[in-house]
Write a protein that binds this ligand. Structure first.
Ligand SMILES: CC(=O)N[C@H]1[C@@H](OP(=O)(O)O)O[C@H](CO)[C@@H](O)[C@@H]1O
Ligand SMILES: [Mg+2]
Length: 593
């Protein structure tokens, strides 16, 4: 770096760090999902995360990275920040220790030294790459502190010479991840491109019923490129009726938007979704309620009661809940007027629906083939965490699917899912997606062409449905909007009601508790967090307690986002699950409290 550029770089870093000094006693940890704290105290962490996002882009040859300002399902006063890598996924875990060090640098000079040393170690070209040395896409949710923190982020990015900030505005978290991924792939990456892709692929799956076309002659010719730009879907859709008519209740969907950004975005596209009559509640409009307060996916999944804004008039209607930044999705239905309880369809059951659909399409494509010689051999895998309900894991294994378990946190699940041709992952709380490998998509495209030329209508349509699913479901991260549309498309395609879906299997009763202890890091876990290795006496106690219950299962782990130890228990009755969780929580408290 030339001496004057070097000087400029140093000055900019010192200036940014001085603008947002770290109050003494503050300690940030990148944790399971980035930095989070009271929104009013987040500016130093956001500015430093933005410096990091720019460095990450510079390290990767100027490929765009992303910075999202959100605290997801947490209370409205909180805020947070996380970084997306150029592939749209979470930032490489190897950079997390540096994120922590940077966020906690006590003064501007310490920060400068850290950056210079890190840039040297990682061979990051500081200051030398001209205009497009680094670019960072910025997004934020609807929190009141968002705008103030955006300013801190802009200053952080400008602290790196040659780095460019691109503010994408108020978005769902998955939209920003999608934009980062698309931009780096050289595909159109605006919000309207995102919406077009979702709407078209949704309509394709839901309306391309086996009987929708009389003969193949009616299908327009396609090629891969055209498919990817979704012109083909557009032309195909011109051939199918816009509204299939049918049952009003089947069409109706009430969506709890958690008073966050997801409801706002859904309002923008809902009239374009054929066969669906969507009503958004807790939409975030003035006067409708507070972000995530008594509503949203986290509330519904944990409390299992109807969210704010719903009433006995909604009994029997299919409902969905998003979280504050719309990367979690659960479904529910009120089955009786006598209480506020809901029948819940959590992430595990969404995963199960997706797995069934994908398996079905693969079976159609391969239906005339013998076992050893399939037209489209596919390694289909399912990824869950220990929080997945035991009944879901059993259901999936009974389908003959490979089920892998990882530690809690999307970054672990996503990484594992990438090992398959089609990897489906979900946390029980509703965060998840379906990943299609690029190799598999190319195979699918060529098989689809071959089937078309052979006039194998059913197989060809199944291949096209899978291609459309890969367009619809967000390939970067779990996305409540795209997940919701895939669920709705599959329900329409299968002609299923909420009840049909809910009855796939019955959840085992479960209970989650939090225990406050002196030092939660004293608990060390192993086997995807299902066993405690330290303190060793704790696992013996858990085993002893669990042995007293039919279908008993219990594990404990330190939370990555809160200062608590979480206890999870399952058993054959609700009382038994509560009692198992309580007795293990007592042991945790006695040993570590
Ligand atoms: C039991 C549970 O729901 N844990 C959540 C929670 O993590 P903890 O490490 O358990 O605090 O927040 C994570 C980030 O949102 C999410 O990935 C995870 O599933
Ligand atoms: Mg979220």
């Amino acid at each position: 770096m030339a001496a004057n550029q070097d000087q400029e770089q140093r000055q900019r870093l010192l200036a940014a760090a001085s603008r947002f000094p770290l109050p003494s006693g503050t300690r940030f940890s990148y944790g399971t999902a980035g930095f989070r704290a009271d929104g009013a105290t987040m500016a130093p962490a956001v500015c430093r995360a933005a410096i990091l996002a720019a460095l990450r882009s510079a390290k990767l040859g100027g490929a765009a990275t992303g910075l999202v300002i959100t605290a997801s399902h947490n209370p409205v006063r909180d805020n947070g920040v996380k970084i997306a890598d150029p592939d749209g996924g979470m930032m490489d875990q190897r950079w997390e220790p540096f994120a922590d060090a940077l966020a906690n640098a006590p003064d501007p000079d310490a920060l400068l030294q850290l950056v210079l040393q890190f840039a040297k170690d990682e061979e990051i070209p500081l200051g030398g790459g001209g205009q497009h040395m680094a670019q960072v896409l910025l997004g934020r949710d609807t929190r009141p502190t968002g705008e103030y923190l955006l300013d801190a982020a802009l200053q952080g990015i400008n602290a790196i010479v040659g780095a460019r900030a691109i503010d994408m505005g108020i978005l769902t978290t998955p939209q920003l991840h999608w934009m980062v991924r698309s931009k780096n792939k050289g595909i159109k990456a605006s919000e309207s491109d995102y919406f077009t892709q979702l709407i078209d692929s949704f309509r394709f799956i839901s309306t391309l019923l086996p009987a929708a076309f009389g003969s193949l002659e009616e299908l327009p010719e396609t090629d891969v490129l055209e498919f990817l730009t979704s012109n083909f879907i557009r032309r195909l859709l011109e051939l199918v009726p816009k509204d299939k008519g049918g049952d009003e209740l089947a069409k109706k969907l009430i969506v709890d938007g958690a008073n966050g950004i997801g409801g706002v975005k859904l309002e923008q596209i809902k009239t374009e979704l054929s066969g669906l009559d969507i009503v958004v509640r807790n939409s975030g409009k003035e006067g409708e309620g507070i972000l995530n307060h008594m509503c949203g996916a986290d509330f519904v999944q944990k409390e299992r009661v109807i969210p704010h804004g719903f009433s006995s008039e909604d009994v029997g209607v299919r409902c969905a809940s998003l979280d504050g930044d719309a990367d979690r999705l659960v479904y529910f239905c009120m089955s009786s007027t006598s209480d506020n309880r809901v029948d819940l369809v959590d992430g595990d059951k969404i995963l199960s629906l997706f797995a069934l659909f994908i398996r079905e399409q693969l079976d159609i494509i391969n239906k005339n083939d013998d076992q050893a010689n399939r037209s489209l051999p596919a390694k289909l895998g399912v990824v869950q965490t220990a929080y997945a309900n035991g009944a879901s894991t059993k259901f999936l294994k009974n389908l003959g699917l490979e089920v892998a378990l990882t530690p809690t946190g999307v970054k672990y699940l996503h990484k594992k899912a990438l090992e398959y041709d089609i990897g489906i992952y979900f946390e029980a709380n509703g965060h998840g997606t379906v990943l299609f490998s690029e190799d598999f998509i190319s195979q699918l495209e060529s098989v689809s062409k071959k089937l078309c030329s052979e006039a194998a209508v059913a197989q060809h349509q199944a291949a096209m449905r899978l291609l459309a699913a890969s367009q619809l479901i967000n390939q970067a991260v779990g996305d409540a909007l795209s997940g919701l549309l895939l669920v709705e498309a599959i329900l329409q395609y299968k002609g299923w009601s909420f009840q049909n879906w809910c009855e796939l299997y019955s959840d085992l009763p479960s209970r989650q508790l939090k225990v406050k202890v002196e030092d939660r890091t004293a608990i060390v876990t192993t086997n995807a967090e299902t066993k405690v290795s330290q303190p060793s006496s704790l696992q013996e106690l858990i085993d002893m307690e669990t042995a007293n219950y039919t279908h008993g299962r219990c594990f404990v782990r330190p939370s990555g986002t809160e200062d608590v130890v979480r206890v999870y228990a399952e058993a054959s009755t609700q009382e038994a699950a509560e009692s198992l969780a309580k007795s293990v929580a007592d042991h945790v408290e006695r040993l570590l409290g």
